[in-house]
Design a protein around this ligand. Structure first.
Ligand SMILES: Cc1cc2nc3c(=O)[nH]c(=O)nc-3n(C[C@H](O)[C@H](O)[C@H](O)COP(=O)(O)OP(=O)(O)OC[C@H]3O[C@@H](n4cnc5c(N)ncnc54)[C@H](O)[C@@H]3O)c2cc1C
Length: 389
């Protein structure tokens, strides 16, 4: 174990791996990434990793546009091919969801995402076998898709080794060390590291790491599941589909699979992040399958392959906490993905690394500052909150 570092990043999910990658790439020096389990072991490795620009805020739309650009150009932008597949994305709108969907379309068009409204006959062409009952139209994004989250994290870390990043898996941080109002290092279960720069990217444990530095973050945790079915023989291509009417989403999983889960509007299912069953439970499996089969009846002929449960780490406005803390020098928060943080990780990290290095960032991250709630500001959404954003 190293004893001294120019920066320590806590947590090897998409947030921590991206932050460590860009800090090393931009020449910070000896960057150490500490991951208590293995890289991408928690939320990131279980993510559906959908990258869509379907947001109601300009900032998250533009960050997602940047994410699409980065993932489409993974070798140069993210250290390797991240398995990005440009499948397109469609959100199906019903009578009760049309107003929010059209507000998103307006925001998307203002930001030139290439999103368009599509009629039900076009939806039927895009999604083989779809049942359009209750659907009035859809918002279609031709540039969107999904990536391989584990590959993404491994690429970010592996590539940055040549720029000074050292990663330790199986090493947990037990405390952030302070002297007065500044960070002086971290204590780990493998010894201490002196550093004057710490990035808290501990995901579900971001609150715990914050408490060790005297910071009290408001977070909730929700159990979240996905399953994968083998597609019936000869099933055609289809985009990522989000269906707020039946509260499900699904996307292709490679050439022969479909990955599906419960979607917005979500019920928060409180959980203990230190002790949860990582397997898909039967009632959740039935709920996912019943909505998915109702929307695409031929999926009934699919074969169940696997399912899992993982964690959403949810902030009070369902947007991440990013940036410094007033009165604590050398500390930066970067967690609270709130169920949509995979895509936002790399572009936010790119700008956060510029903030840390005293450069002008491509994106103004001020709206994500952790102190926004105390200052009476927070993100709002055309959907009234939730991970739809
Ligand atoms: C089922 C599911 C589907 C999702 N689908 C999407 C999607 O389609 N699109 C999208 O954009 N987002 C999606 N998300 C959300 C997205 O995956 C998360 O927001 C994102 O992965 C969070 O990344 P993270 O790095 O903050 O957290 P994590 O991936 O949880 O990483 C945090 C890491 O920190 C480590 N750690 C914690 N404490 C310590 C410590 N003390 N010392 C060292 N290491 C520590 C943990 O072991 C963990 O590996 C989904 C999430 C889930 C669960």
């Amino acid at each position: 174990m190293v004893k001294v570092a120019d920066a320590v990043v806590i947590g090897g999910g998409i947030m921590g791996a991206s932050a460590a990658h860009f800090l090393a790439k931009k020449g910070l020096g000896a960057v150490v990434l500490l991951e208590k389990r293995s890289l991408a072991a928690v939320s990131t490795g279980h993510s559906a990793a959908v990258i869509r620009t379907f947001y109601s805020n300009d900032l998250t739309i533009r960050l997602s546009m940047k994410a699409l650009e980065m993932f489409a150009n993974g070798r140069e932008a993210l250290g390797g091919d991240c398995g990005f597949r440009n499948t397109g994305y469609i959100c199906l709108l019903g009578e009760h969801t049309a107003a929010a969907g059209l507000a998103v379309l307006e925001a998307e068009q203002r930001n030139h995402t290439r999103a368009v409204e599509v009629e039900t006959d076009q939806i039927a062409e895009l999604v083989p076998g779809v049942n359009t009952d209750g659907i009035v139209s859809g918002i279609y994004e031709p540039l969107s898709g999904y990536a391989d989250p584990v590959k993404t994290v491994r690429n970010l870390v592996t590539r940055a080794a040549e720029w000074g990043l050292t990663c330790f898996e199986g090493v947990g941080v037990t405390r952030i060390r302070l002297s007065g109002d500044r960070v002086t290092g971290v204590e780990t279960d493998a010894g201490e590291i002196q550093t004057d720069l710490v990035i808290n990217a501990a995901g579900p444990w971001g609150r715990r790491m914050g408490l060790s530095a005297g910071l009290n973050y408001s977070l909730r945790w929700s159990r979240e599941s996905d399953l994968v079915l083998r597609l019936p023989e000869g099933f055609g291509r289809f985009p990522v589909v989000s269906d707020p009417n039946l509260r499900i989403y699904f996307r292709p999983d490679g050439e022969n699979g479909v990955l599906a889960g419960l979607s917005f509007p979500k019920e928060v299912e409180p959980m203990d992040v230190d002790a949860y069953d990582p397997d898909l439970d039967e009632p959740t499996r039935r709920r996912i399958e019943s909505g998915t089969f109702e929307r695409v009846p031929p999926f009934r002929r699919g074969e169940y392959l696997k399912g899992w449960a993982s964690v959403y780490t949810i902030t009070d406005d369902w947007h991440p906490l990013v940036g410094p803390e007033p009165g604590l020098e050398g500390y930066y928060a970067f967690f609270g993905g709130s169920g949509h943080g995979f895509k936002l990780g790399p572009p936010i990290a790119d700008s956060l690394s510029d903030v840390i290095l005293g450069r002008t960032p491509a994106f103004d991250l001020h709206p994500f500052r952790p102190s926004r709630f105390l200052e009476g500001e927070q993100f709002s959404s055309a959907w009234g909150g939730g991970n739809r954003g």
